[in-house]
Write a protein that binds this ligand. Structure first.
Ligand SMILES: C[S@@+](CC[C@H](N)C(=O)[O-])C[C@H]1O[C@@H](n2cnc3c(N)ncnc32)[C@H](O)[C@@H]1O
Length: 196
């Protein structure tokens, strides 16, 4: 992590409550997972001002990867774009403007038409009540051996109840949990040929 990026992250951390950013501890773990597993094709649902996207992009830069991130609030998209530019990471990130489920539908068509590759790391952090819909739509877009990550599983447990039941009992995922901030669920999509 270079000092340009680290300084920007520290500035953004002063307003993290206002923009609902993930805590630094969670961001560090996500970055570490991407780098260790060499994930390259990353999707984020819920950009806000780009704090987590900076972490994802910094990791993607090191894996020769890229980040697609979805946000429907135009003012936040502009902030995210500027924050990524300030970190010289904007070239690694495509921000998609629109409602998450609409954009996911477009991404699905592009993947089905072989215009895009499957994702290997998906992080959902938008409308918590829609988490189960994001998962159902995104599971087919995630490579086996990839990771599906959801934030706020403790702080928003009741809104995410259906998703949590499905994900925690899903035979296709090995699930673990990060206890920082609102709580983050991490699922490794099993590749039955490689893992038990
Ligand atoms: C918790 S914040 C994301 C924080 C960001 N991941 C970070 O840690 O820096 C959630 C964001 O999702 C956006 N959002 C909520 N529902 C959405 C939807 N249905 N489609 C697109 N964006 C949505 C909100 O405008 C908000 O900026």
């Amino acid at each position: 992590m270079n000092s340009l990026i680290d300084n920007k992250l520290k500035v953004l951390e002063a307003t993290s409550k206002q923009y609902w950013n993930i805590p630094r501890e969670t961001a560090v773990h996500l970055s570490l997972l991407i780098k260790a597993c060499k994930y390259q094709n990353i999707l984020e649902v819920g950009t806000s001002n780009g704090y987590s996207a900076i972490w994802l992009a910094e990791a993607a830069k090191q894996t020769n990867g890229n980040v697609t991130t979805i946000e429907f609030f135009e003012e936040r998209i502009n902030l995210a774009q500027n924050n990524l530019k300030d970190c010289q990471l904007d070239q690694y990130v495509k921000i998609k403007h629109g409602k998450a489920l609409d954009i996911i539908e477009v991404l699905t068509k592009q993947i089905n038409n072989a215009e895009l590759r499957l994702f290997d790391f998906i992080f959902i952090d938008a409308n918590k009540a829609e988490s189960i819909d994001y998962f159902n739509a995104l599971d087919p877009l995630l490579l086996k051996g990839g990771m599906f990550v959801a934030d706020n599983v403790t702080s928003h447990e009741s809104e995410m109840k259906d998703f949590l039941y499905l994900f925690n009992n899903h035979p296709g995922y090995q699930v673990s949990y990060l206890p920082f901030g609102g709580g983050t669920l991490i699922g490794l999509k099993r590749n039955f040929l490689l893992y038990n």
